[in-house]
Write a protein that binds this ligand. Structure first.
Ligand SMILES: CC(C)(COP(=O)(O)OP(=O)(O)OC[C@H]1O[C@@H](n2cnc3c(N)ncnc32)[C@H](O)[C@@H]1OP(=O)(O)O)[C@@H](O)C(=O)NCCC(=O)NCCS
Length: 330
């Protein structure tokens, strides 16, 4: 039994100012506003400014989370970033962020679990804190995924946007009530080809041929992902409820990965979970991968839906395929 538990001390989010509307996409590919709204729920997505990188979005979200937690950067003793679109292959975006925050020496690491990234890094931070290793961990889901999307591929380009969401998670007493209860993680590596950037890594390094053929862009089998997303998010949510011995009606809000409004509705149907208790902001940001869960959470705090003392269920799925859920009392 650990002497410590983990509480969410502060949250923050940042979406860059530039927008990509459905009308903009109509000019690039054979699609239309009505199809995109009906099939995905999305009306626009945000795009990083030319001089912004993933670490810049993460930095802005971090400042807001620190303010919310009434802490300063010097209070952070570990940084974990979930991203698949880091500033560089190496160094990690977490290391770049550490330097931008004016910090030295504290550990900083990136985790690649795609759109499930935030649930994965939350679980790691919770474990570190329970073990007594750190007191205030900065966890950030951050992506500039629009830089890796082929704007000639109508299936992928309509979905994705840039953004960042940050939490400060902090040590609290073992008997505290407002804590992370649990996290449940999954992966199915055999389904890795459903969402993949086939080239640009060690297997097929960048070359002129890769650039000409466009295999360095994300490629997706959308319909297959849809089915697996509903299956795996529902499964990890069931894992979470069963583990904590709580029923769905004891959950105040479900904050799912924001990929497609129809996926979120299907997960809620699976649970018989009221749709009005599902936080959905996909219409105004699209899929920001590892950032969607903390950004949606932060938006729902700002508009007054999520409040301290409530029980929240988070769930996500992503490339890998990965999936996860977490339950917390905020
Ligand atoms: C991609 C996605 C929006 C497609 O929606 P869908 O309802 O499954 O659509 P389908 O793939 O069945 O395609 C239906 C038709 O629309 C067409 N279509 C696909 N993209 C289109 C677009 N942007 N505009 C207009 N038509 C489009 C298809 O070509 C297909 O035409 P056909 O019937 O003549 O073959 C949906 O499957 C999805 O959101 N999947 C999950 C993707 C995801 O979350 N990825 C995250 C990475 S892990």
């Amino acid at each position: 039994m650990s002497a410590y538990r983990t509480r969410v001390a502060g949250t923050g989010s940042y979406l860059p100012p530039d927008l990509i509307t459905n009308k903009d996409l109509e000019k690039l590919v054979d699609t239309n506003d009505q199809w995109i709204r009906e099939r995905t729920g999305i009306t626009h997505r945000h795009k990083a400014l030319p001089d912004q990188c993933t670490s810049d979005l993460a930095y802005e979200a971090t400042l807001r989370a620190l303010k919310d937690a009434c802490l300063t950067a010097q209070d952070i003793d570990c940084i974990i970033v979930g991203t698949v679109t880091g500033d560089y292959q190496t160094p990690s975006t977490a290391c770049v962020l550490q330097a931008k925050l004016g910090l030295t020496a504290i550990p900083a690491v990136d985790v690649n679990a795609a759109c499930s990234g935030f649930i994965y890094i939350l679980s790691m931070a919770d474990a570190y804190i329970r073990m007594g290793m750190y007191k205030n961990i900065l966890i950030v889901g951050a992506e500039t995924i629009t830089r890796f999307i082929n704007y000639k591929d109508r299936e992928t380009c309509i979905l994705f946007g840039d953004g960042a969401g940050a939490w400060i998670v902090s040590r609290t007493d073992a008997d505290a009530k407002d804590v992370i209860y649990s996290s449940h993680l999954r992966a199915e590596g055999s389904l890795g080809d459903l969402f993949i950037r086939p080239s640009g890594g060690a297997k097929v390094p960048l070359s002129q041929k890769v650039l000409d053929e466009g295999t360095h862009w994300f490629q997706m089998k959308g319909r297959e992902i849809f089915k697996n997303a509903v299956r795996t998010m529902s499964a990890t949510c069931y894992d979470a409820l069963e583990f904590n011995k709580i029923s769905a009606d004891k959950v105040d809000w479900l904050v799912p990965h924001q990929a497609n409004s129809r996926i979120m509705e299907a997960v809620a149907d699976h649970f018989k979970f009221p749709k009005e208790k599902v936080i959905s902001i996909v219409h105004e940001m699209g899929n920001t991968s590892a950032a969607t869960v903390p950004v949606a959470f932060d938006f729902a705090r700002q508009d007054g839906r999520i409040q301290r003392g409530q029980t929240i269920l988070l769930t996500a799925f992503g490339a890998g395929l990965t999936a996860g859920s977490a339950v917390l009392k905020f």
